[in-house]
Write a protein that binds this ligand. Structure first.
Ligand code: HEM
Length: 719
């Protein structure tokens, strides 16, 4: 029913929660579980060859029992196959030590990786007779583009000198391989014979208009072309169509949705059409077009995102439209006022970060590696629990099923946005499909938790009012001393609101404020640990501004300018969410002359804008100094929408200041206390829920910093 894309997604979403690990070819016994924690549920292997031949297991259930049970017996990789595009599995089969496929597959591990990367094919790994892993290894767009241009140039030269420039003109094994790839790039057909002259790097960019750009060879694009052409006549939009291959789409569905979008931007330009089956998206990677869409909220609504996330957010204002959104945003936004933020800095952010320090302290003593991504997810859940509900999830100390539930639900929203058929609108099917049952259970858990917290707070407010006869008047900067939470503010202000609406609004805050900030912390730490000079500057600033004090206050946060720039730069490189979704209410023309029809689904790829070489110098490099230290904190307005990590326009994030303060305080406290080191030989892949996650965790070891080692005792008390 779902079609191939839906099926790929169903299995992928199940895979996300599965144990992921890296292996090398052949896996070495000594690599097993080194430096990883803990064995069993988090089995990981990290032993790359020098050429990076590690591959990732994506299905826990398919791992051999010995591994699943955590005994970690080394196991043989018996066979590697190539899964051919569109043809299922099973072309070349051979033992891992002598893999062959057609004429070019070599024998040892690094050859496999090189070849797989070069050809961007889908590889499957078979262990004990079971296919464990299937993943496309794509070459980097830069490599790919340079590579194919080089081959095309050489062919042209040869043609000029010898009159022969077609297939077979270049000699030597490697050259033949290159030729074959050029052919595939040009024609989109693996078995095809002659390449089309002049199709160079294989991109089907249409510089003259959309009509020509419908030349995409892939069947999906062709299908859409046919359907749209039949329904609407020739395309007049001026929007080129990305040359999306089925393998690209598989990748897109399996993990990091935003990565192929970036690849296609390099091929097709900053605004292009993605014809993913019957649904098609206009993908925007241009700041001016993004500004136009985000600022004109009347013309562009949330659209698809509201449809696919309704099962989670209900009528919560994060996805609501029209009157409900206007009224509820107006009611909730004032709760995050300046005095409230100061209270959070003093009483919540520092206290929660200090708990993390205690947890890391233990690991440092035991010289144990820790998955800092999980730690930050726990930290931010604890923070948002206190900040919104005055409830202590204490997830840093004990497992909270809520974290997994939030992740499962968000992953489901992402999956729904690219399912070919919205089968999840049929209640009966939802009960039958395991992915839907999991999602429903996750939502039920989140809702029950929020309802319980609201009920408790309501009872408290009623009791106090009975005892003290308090009125309903709430000042603009009202903060209840014993309970400074958003929930308390809202109950005290006695807005007319149904319990269900209140539940959905607070659930919106819980979900929107938890994963996002956790991911910002994760990637900022990652980038800083990878850039020791920058990290040294951060620590120097911390020592200068805070001295021996371990508790930054609201004023201090303004002086931690370099740390703030590091966070800004981290959110440029890793925006959360990387894609914003909108739908046009009416026909419109985007800056650049691109025409969109009414009802057009749109993806604003924040990732594309933030990584575009047309927008940023050295876009792939981590350079906090690119943002002037004495200038304003970068935002959508002062960068003219070149930098939009919190979106822009009326639906901009309401928690931006909250999140920045939380990140500054948490990182300040953590870096005051520890020096971090990356566990070597990890593959840090990316995948998405609503934010960018690592695909296998981010493992680090840490040491107490000398200067604070003596004062390990906590200063903070969580109120
Ligand atoms: C660094 C952390 C955060 C990032 C990167 C972030 C990012 C965003 C972005 C990009 C949007 C707009 C989505 C769109 O335009 O479609 C958004 C909306 C929203 N965010 Fe955040 N957010 C963060 C933290 C928070 C926090 C801590 C809260 C709550 C305390 C929060 C609450 C919300 C809400 C309620 C919305 C929906 C607003 C509306 O539609 O009116 N966010 N966020």
């Amino acid at each position: 029913m779902e079609g191939s894309i839906g099926i790929a997604m169903a299995s992928c979403s199940a895979m996300q929660s599965a144990v992921l690990a890296s292996v090398s070819f052949p896996p070495s016994p000594s690599s097993c579980c080194t430096n990883m924690e803990p064995c069993g549920a988090n089995v990981a292997f990290a032993k790359p060859s020098e050429r990076g031949a590690h591959l990732t297991w994506t299905s826990h259930h398919h791992l051999p029992t010995s591994v699943r049970s955590g005994t970690c017996t080394p196991f043989p990789v018996t066979c590697v196959r190539e899964a051919r595009r569109g043809a299922g599995v099973g072309v070349g089969v051979g033992p891992a030590t002598s893999i062959y496929e057609k004429r070019w597959v070599k024998t040892a591990d690094h050859h496999l990786a090189t070849e797989a990367r070069r050809s961007a094919r889908t590889w499957a790994v078979e262990v004990e007779g079971t296919i464990c892993r299937r993943q496309t290894l794509a070459p980097s767009p830069e490599w790919e583009s340079a590579h194919y241009q080089r081959v095309a140039r050489r062919r042209t030269q040869l043609k000029a000198t010898t009159g022969r420039g077609g297939r077979g003109a270049l000699r030597g094994e490697e050259e033949e391989e290159e030729e074959e790839e050029v052919d595939k790039k040009s024609t989109g057909d693996e078995g095809s014979a002659e390449r089309t002259e002049g199709s160079g790097n294989g991109a089907s960019k249409d510089t003259k208009g959309a009509g020509l750009s419908w030349i995409s060879p892939d069947w999906l694009t062709s299908l859409v072309r046919g359907c749209m052409g039949a329904l609407r006549g020739p395309d007049q939009s001026g929007i080129p169509v990305a040359n999306a291959k089925l393998d690209d789409v598989r990748d897109l569905l399996g993990g990091a949705l935003f990565l192929p979008l970036f690849k296609w931007m390099l091929e097709s330009g900053p605004v292009y059409r993605l014809a993913a089956g019957p649904r098609n998206f206009v993908v925007i990677g241009d700041p001016q077009a993004a500004k136009h869409v985000l600022r004109n909220y009347g013309k562009y609504k949330k659209g698809l995102v509201s449809e696919v996330a309704e099962f989670l957010f209900g009528s919560g204002f994060a996805i609501a439209e029209g009157e409900i959104w206007t009224v509820r945003r107006r009611a909730v936004a004032p709760s995050l006022h300046k005095k409230y933020l100061g209270t959070m800095v003093d009483r919540v952010f520092g206290a929660c970060a200090d708990r993390l320090v205690q947890k890391l302290d233990q690991a440092a003593l035991e010289r144990r590696a820790v998955d800092v991504e999980s730690c930050f997810s726990q930290l931010t859940l604890d923070v948002i629990g206190k900040a919104v509900f005055n409830f202590d999830f204490d997830s840093l100390q004990r497992d909270s099923p809520l974290i997994q539930a939030v992740y499962t639900a968000l992953k489901e929203t992402e999956s729904r946005s690219t399912d070919i058929l919205p089968y999840w609108q049929i209640p009966l099917l939802c009960q039958l499909v395991p992915r839907q049952r999991e999602a429903a259970a996750a939502v039920a858990l989140i809702r029950a938790t929020v309802e319980e917290l609201i009920a408790k707070c309501k009872a408290m407010v009623d009791k106090e009012e009975q005892e003290q006869g308090q009125g309903n008047n709430v000042d603009e900067d009202y903060v209840n001393e014993s309970d400074p939470s958003v929930l308390r503010f809202l109950l005290q202000s006695r807005e007319e609101v149904s319990s269900q609406q209140l539940r959905d609004d607070l659930l919106s805050m819980l979900v929107a404020g938890h994963e996002t900030t956790g991911s910002v912390l994760t990637w900022t730490v990652y980038l800083l640990v990878k850039n020791p000079t920058t990290m040294a500057k951060v620590k120097e600033e911390l020592d200068k501004v805070l001295g021996d004090r371990r508790k930054p206050n609201l004023e201090d946060t303004k002086d931690l300018k370099y740390l703030i720039r590091c966070i800004n730069e981290s959110m440029r490189l890793y925006p959360h969410p990387p894609i914003l979704i909108r739908r046009s209410n009416e026909s419109d023309v985007l800056p650049g002359g691109y025409r969109v029809g009414a009802g057009q689904d749109i993806m604003i790829s924040v990732y594309n804008i933030h990584h575009s070489p047309q927008v940023w110098d050295k876009p792939e490099e981590f350079i906090p100094e690119r943002f002037d230290l004495d200038g304003p904190i970068p935002n959508e307005t002062n960068t003219d929408f070149r930098y939009i990590p919190f979106s822009g326009g009326p639906r901009k994030c309401i928690g931006d200041q909250f999140a920045m303060l939380e990140a500054i305080v948490s990182l300040a406290i953590i870096f005051q206390n520890f020096d971090f080191e990356l566990v070597p030989n990890q593959t840090i892949g990316m995948t998405t829920g609503a934010t960018i996650h690592t695909s296998t965790g981010l493992y680090m070891t840490m040491k107490r910093r000398e200067r604070v080692a003596a004062s390990a005792a906590s200063e903070f008390v969580l109120v």
